[in-house]
Design a protein. Structure first.
Length: 69
């Protein structure tokens, strides 16, 4: 039973949302440990870029596996 394109997209959004939440919590800690100074604006911009990329990646991977099964 394959997943619809809509459900694949929703799954990718939820999965990425969880990853974004983890990033928001742990990025300041990691940057602090690594002694990297970064503004909240820069951190938000990077998180936004990687979030968009992650949603696309998750969708493409899900669709690929639906196609081969």
């Amino acid at each position: 039973m394959s997943q619809s394109k809509r459900n694949s997209f929703i799954e990718a959004l939820i999965n990425t949302g969880i990853g974004l939440s983890i990033t928001i919590v742990f990025s300041p800690i990691v940057y602090s440990i690594c002694d990297v100074e970064i503004s909240n604006k820069q951190m938000g911009g990077a998180a936004l870029c990687f979030t968009i990329i992650s949603v696309i990646r998750g969708y493409v991977v899900r669709r690929f596996f639906n196609k081969i099964t």
